[in-house]
Ligand binder design. Structure first.
Ligand SMILES: *[C@@H]1O[C@H](CO)[C@@H](O)[C@H](O)[C@H]1NC(C)=O
Ligand SMILES: *[C@@H]1O[C@H](CO)[C@@H](O)[C@H](O)[C@H]1NC(C)=O
Ligand SMILES: *[C@@H]1O[C@H](CO)[C@@H](O)[C@H](O)[C@H]1NC(C)=O
Ligand SMILES: *[C@@H]1O[C@H](CO)[C@@H](O)[C@H](O)[C@H]1NC(C)=O
Ligand SMILES: *[C@@H]1O[C@H](CO)[C@@H](O)[C@H](O)[C@H]1NC(C)=O
Ligand SMILES: *[C@@H]1O[C@H](CO)[C@@H](O)[C@H](O)[C@H]1NC(C)=O
Length: 517
């Protein structure tokens, strides 16, 4: 009887999915993987199957061109290990961090590209990322004013100069034409409240020691309070436009403006000045305002800087830490700086969270192809980075531009990069890259409030290792995400006395979901 029931479940879960997906309209790219093309009459989608009791569902994307391919099976009581060279065992009682979410950035450039599409495609775009039939992103990063992914340099209240009252603080045409409409469309289809992190790249020039948007500059001392008010005004303006902001960071990549690293909008801070500003200006301004529950995220710079913000800034100004909810970290030095730097924060201050707030491929000078259509290698660097961050207790991962054009722009200083979606305005289509699907293997299946759990890998000798992470979700399921950067193999998943076996495709990422109890 049990076997019979199991068989029925097996048939139901493995062969007939309740919710049929629209498959990828694939375009193969020479020497690369595939991109999925969305046009005015066609766009692929993905629905989450609810795993029935004693079954599991798998979703696989691969270098070969699988995109969220569904499969599954049933758990059984066998304890035989003969099936497989690799076992992944989950321990749902051993719990780590709670997840905040996943997302991307609504820059001016993302908005401009999105708006260049016919309205039916604009809808497909938003649904692809945010809806129940898409990746179910639940976070966004939004620049306060301009950044390099704008068509020109600007800030709010550029005139009148020296205006400590910020009497002329109005939103820019870019907010009205692109960012706000895009965010509103997103809020309409998102499956969870969208948590927005807002960030200033540069204030108006009159607040700065050097009269340029890029290069070296610091905040003039007499404008410390004005710069705090500048943030508060933004929260008011966006909230009045119907967009609540969840958090802010304390300036984008503050080291850029100290060592003149970037030609784009920057403001330099050293650890000591930043500590002072948070303690005396930003912290009290926010906490005494109507937006007192706003999350304040310090850092917002590369991994290497994380311990310094903690060791220097908060050692010197420990009270500043009271105003800070967590740290924001960027991606661009992750290949050389070990994630162990996060331990300095998560182990000593478990009450503070770390959120990855910016990542993209193609940013380095030696990456000649800014947009590399169909690249599985770039998807791999995303997978490995997200897995590593999650395994070091980060609470979420926000990608950079939601979309860019075929050249990786627009960008007013020519700092072109890649994006998970590339918009082809002339052909009235957009291309979903491997990076897009990789993001979805995490974002769609690890909803907010999921909790990471322990997963242990056991392998036979000479079997290459896998990379993985596991969660219990608020949907009362367990989700395991596995990266196989090698040949296909059978693996065995173990949960208490039960096991499931399935095949991991070559060069693939697989998300497995099954009921918790
Ligand atoms: C849109 O894509 C579909 C699927 O690839 C294709 O059949 C159709 O011809 C395309 N339509 C246009 C207008 O390009
Ligand atoms: C594909 O790879 C081959 C061999 O490395 C190379 O000769 C060719 O130029 C590549 N094609 C493209 C479009 O990059
Ligand atoms: C049960 O597990 C064994 C051993 O791993 C495997 O060979 C068998 O196929 C599994 N049965 C089902 C129905 O999945
Ligand atoms: C207010 O800002 C606008 C640009 O947004 C500018 O054109 C105008 O001159 C400014 N007003 C004053 C009084 O400076
Ligand atoms: C603003 O302040 C700077 C520095 O004190 C001064 O050079 C400039 O003339 C002032 N601008 C105005 C419009 O008052
Ligand atoms: C933000 O806007 C909402 C809805 O318009 C309003 O109810 C709320 O009071 C505003 N929040 C703040 C802090 O002003």
């Amino acid at each position: 009887m049990k076997v019979f029931l199991g068989l029925i479940i097996f048939v139901l879960t493995s062969f007939t999915y309740v919710l049929a997906d629209i498959p990828c309209a694939e375009r193969r790219i020479e020497n690369q993987s595939v991109v999925c093309v969305c046009n005015t009459s066609y766009c692929d989608d993905i629905t989450r199957e609810i795993p029935s009791q004693s079954s599991f569902v798998t979703y696989t994307s691969s270098k070969d061109g699988l995109r969220f391919k569904k499969d599954g099976g049933i758990w059984n009581d066998s304890t035989s290990e003969s099936c497989c060279s690799t076992t992944l065992e989950v321990f749902p009682d051993i719990k780590y961090q709670r997840i905040e979410g996943f997302g991307g950035a609504v820059t001016d450039s993302a908005g401009i590209n999105w708006k260049s599409l016919p309205s039916v495609l604009q809808d497909s775009f938003i649904r692809s990322y945010f809806s129940a039939n898409g990746l179910e992103y639940n976070m966004l990063r939004v620049p306060i004013g301009g950044c390099d992914f704008s068509t020109h340099a600007y800030a709010y209240n550029e005139l009148p100069e020296n205006d400590t009252q910020l009497s002329n603080y109005t939103l820019a045409p870019e907010d009205i034409l692109y960012k706000i409409p895009m965010i509103k469309s997103i809020m309409q289809v998102a499956t969870a409240p969208v948590h927005i992190v807002a960030t200033t790249w540069s204030p108006p020039l009159w607040m700065k020691t050097h009269q340029t948007y890029g290069g070296f500059s610091r905040l003039k001392r007499q404008y410390y309070q004005t710069y705090a008010d500048y943030h508060l005004k933004f929260l008011e303006k966006y909230n009045q436009s119907g967009i609540p902001v969840w958090g802010i960071t304390t300036t984008n990549e503050p080291i850029n403006g100290v060592i003149s690293l970037a030609s784009f909008n920057s403001l330099g801070w050293d650890m000591q000045e930043m500590g002072e500003w948070i303690l005396n200006n930003l912290g009290p301004t926010i906490r005494n305002s109507a937006f007192k529950d706003l999350k304040i995220l310090a850092g917002d710079d590369q991994r290497a800087t994380m311990p310094y913000w903690f060791n220097v800034m908060f050692a010197r100004y420990p009270k500043a830490l009271d105003y800070v909810d967590g740290m924001a970290v960027h991606y661009y030095t992750d290949s050389i700086i070990p994630a162990a730097v996060f331990d300095a924060i998560t182990l000593t201050h478990p009450e503070k969270f770390i959120l990855a707030t910016e990542a993209c491929e193609g940013a380095f000078p030696w990456q000649k192809e800014k947009v590399l259509l169909g690249s599985w290698d770039r998807a791999i660097t995303y997978i490995e980075d997200i897995l590593e961050d999650l395994n070091y207790n980060l609470v979420g991962w926000i990608d950079w531009n939601l979309c860019l054009n075929l050249g990786g722009g627009p960008n007013w200083v020519g700092n072109f990069v890649d994006s998970p979606i590339i918009v082809d305005e002339d052909k009235q289509e957009f291309l979903k890259q491997p990076m897009f699907y990789v993001m979805g293997h995490f974002s769609k299946f690890i909803p907010r409030e999921s909790i990471r759990i322990k997963v242990v890998e056991k392998r036979q000798l000479f079997t290459p290792n896998l990379r993985h992470v596991a969660f219990v979700t608020p949907k009362n399921t367990i989700v395991v995400i596995v990266h196989n950067n090698g040949q296909a193999r059978n693996i065995r998943l173990k949960n208490g006395g039960k096991q499931a076996t399935f095949n991991l495709a070559a060069y693939s990422i697989t998300t497995v979901e099954f009921p918790y109890e």
